[in-house]
Design a protein around this ligand. Structure first.
Ligand code: HEM
Length: 391
């Protein structure tokens, strides 16, 4: 563009990896808070009120009614796990099993999460600082002792899963393999995964389910135990990456955040609201639905742009201002209604504890270079960093 103005994203999926999607989100919210996107063949909801209504409409489900489990996973162990996840189910199955998942998430105190996060950070940093931008991790290598192979970008994905694996009580000898299996599971269940990725996910699902069963868990419990590590991966990596960026952008606020765990927690919670690592999620109409006065046909999908809702002035005053000390912060970044995230406090604490540990031990400054883009994903906005040399 000759006038130096960046082209806006073409749709909310492109927005996830756009350098600054927030003016576009504002325009959507103000001009067409619910519309049908002909290119995506999906409805798009961007205001707080429409998204909140969608989250509380029981006819809007987390999976397309015709495909409760993705076709490619059917008949595999990964498909069996998928079918048992509260994240991927609705109705009676979800209502019966969600309380146990919430209770499982509540068993850890913030101090437990801090300890597990610091232990993960300490072990990962033990062998030296991370390497440059293009890492070889790719789901194939173990980390921990082989940390010299890890890049700063890999680090952010590995750290929260390693912390969650410690919370779940995995013994040291199983940590690296389990984290690799979680990554393979996540990659294999992603839409459009290759046949090879699906096969790896099936093997990983089997290994992780065997672990759960060996602990005496039922099939549903074992599957949702995997979900704890799976959900720690992309979203928490994104939160960590955005926290790194915001600390660099606001050095005065960073100094305040350094003063106590509570202050750092507030900083990270504001990063989550302001930068929303999960920018959008989806719902599918099981029956014809009326949403914000619009008729949605059975089978049609709706993209709920959580990142836009978080910048809606009706949800928070001064929504574009980054203010770690804001009172009564409200975020839709962890979802709402029946499927609300049970791991919100855990995720914030993990990131706050890891970052505080890295800053206190001076490991932080040497690791992260300039923002080099975002992982090419349709819903999670995860920063990619250049290494220091490339920055
Ligand atoms: C920054 C980190 C995280 C973000 C932004 C995030 C966000 C979300 C969102 C938006 C949902 C709802 C999706 C929907 O309704 O369509 C969700 C569900 C869920 N999250 Fe998280 N999450 C994060 C970390 C975690 C962690 C660490 C755990 C592990 C305890 C976790 C466990 C879950 C589970 C089990 C569900 C499914 C709940 C249900 O469907 O009833 N999340 N998360």
């Amino acid at each position: 563009m000759s006038d130096g103005v960046l082209p806006q994203p073409g749709n909310p999926i492109e927005a996830v990896t756009h350098v600054d999607p927030y003016p576009y989100y504002r325009q959507l919210r103000e001009q067409r808070p619910l519309y049908f996107d002909e290119g995506l063949k999906l409805w798009v909801a961007s205001s707080h009120s429409v998204i909140d209504e969608a989250f509380h409409n029981v006819a809007l489900r987390v999976r397309p009614p015709a495909e409760p489990v993705p076709q490619a996973l059917l008949g595999t162990a990964a498909g069996e796990v998928f079918a048992q996840l509260v994240r991927m189910t609705d109705g009676e199955f979800h209502a019966v099993h969600k309380p146990a998942v919430e209770q499982a998430a509540r068993r850890w105190s913030l101090a437990d999460v801090t300890r597990a996060s610091e232990a993960a950070a300490r072990d990962l940093f033990a062998a030296g600082p991370p390497q440059g931008k293009h890492g070889p991790l790719g789901g194939q290598r173990s980390v921990g002792a082989k940390f010299r192979c890890l890049t700063v970008n890999d680090l952010m994905g590995v750290l929260p899963v390693q912390a969650m694996a410690r919370l779940l009580g995995l013994p040291d000898g199983l940590l690296d393999d389990s984290c690799r299996w979680v990554r393979q599971f996540v990659q294999g269940i992603a839409p459009g995964a290759s046949t090879q990725a699906v096969a790896l996910a099936a093997g990983a699902a089997e290994a992780l389910m065997d672990q759960g069963r060996a602990l005496g868990l039922s099939t549903v419990q074992a599957a949702n135990r995997i979900a704890f590590m799976q959900q720690s991966l992309d979203a928490t990596a994104g939160l960590m990456g955005h926290t790194v960026l915001m600390l660099a952008q606001y050095p005065d606020l960073a100094l305040l955040a350094d003063q106590s765990p509570q202050a750092m927690r507030g900083f990270v919670a504001e990063v989550e609201r302001h930068q929303a690592p999960i920018q959008n999620t989806r719902r599918f109409a099981a029956d014809p639905v009326v949403l914000a006065g619009q008729s949605i046909e059975a089978g049609q999908g709706v993209v709920l742009v959580l990142a836009s809702a978080n910048r809606d002035g009706l949800l928070n005053p001064r929504p574009d201002q980054f203010d770690p000390q804001r009172g009564e912060r409200r975020s839709m970044g962890f979802g709402a209604g029946a499927h609300a995230c049970p791991g919100a406090a855990i995720a914030i604490e993990m990131v706050a504890a890891c970052i505080q540990w890295m800053r206190a031990t001076s490991q932080f400054d040497g690791c992260f270079g300039a923002l080099a883009g975002f992982w090419p994903l349709a819903n999670a906005r995860i920063p990619l960093f250049a290494s220091r040399k490339e920055a």
